[in-house]
Ligand binder design. Sequence first.
Ligand code: MEV
Length: 313
Amino acid sequence: MKSKASAPGKVILFGEHFVVYGVKAILCSINKRVTVTAEKIKEDKILVKSNIGNLELEANKNISEINSPLKPFYYLANKIIQNKNTGIIITVESEIPLGVGLGSSSACCVAGAAAISRLFSNTTKDEILELAIEAEKTIFQNTSGADCTVCTFGGIMEYDKENGFSKINSEPDFHLVIANSNIEHSTEVIVKDVKSFKENNEDEFSKLCKEETKLIEDVLELLKENKIKELGEKVNQNQKYLETIGISNQKIREMIQIGIKSSYGVKITGAGGGGCVFALTDDTNLNKTINQFREKDYECFSVKIDLQGLNTF
Ligand code: MEV
């Protein structure tokens, strides 16, 4: 018997990093997916196959001794097959570029938790999310949980650490042009850098958190009214805050200058330090924005909001 699940990647529209300190963030899932297939096998082992390599290990290894980006799958499989007298093979297919802030690891954790757990029982989305966040913690201990949450439920949502997620019931009609700096980043390292910035600049950081909170209140209104140009101004404003906390660099600044020529706003999405920026457009400036990045040899593609979230087959 096979169990299959797919989960979307995500973009943080507003509030990355500040969300770690309790500010609200706004995220949306995107129409690029990870699909995971899980199947029981007779051999007593856990096997993960993916386009970034394979992992083959016996069950019950100490998770801290595993040094592989596929570790969350091992964690999930090992936890779920306890006392079940079976091995497992997991196959991962991804449309989401890795390690650039588009939620590839969260989508893997969510689709992995769903595909593996549903081989044995009819787990709910809430149970799957809980498993996925545990699995993500094996590679990023301090995750806020926001990424896995939006990959599970899809659409556009607000999230804060204290109150969790709440779906925003609007379907704003925009495109996001995602351009990749091709600089891989470690979310964990960048989150630590921001922590140092905060510790060295407590007053400034607390002022930024207040400004980000106000910006997000404004954004929630603009989303309801589908005011894309005004949202673009908020995108640019949020990018300034991200510059201040030190997660940008020369290449990102160059990409922002390219995107700003024709889109309504451009910012880093996710941890920064590399990764991706998105440019906010509608139908009128979508192609021009894509072409401007491509003319400068940046890998780029456009996405829309995914409304489905986790899907199980
Ligand atoms: C990473 O995609 C988002 C951060 O805000 C970290 C987190 O929320 O866990 C940088």
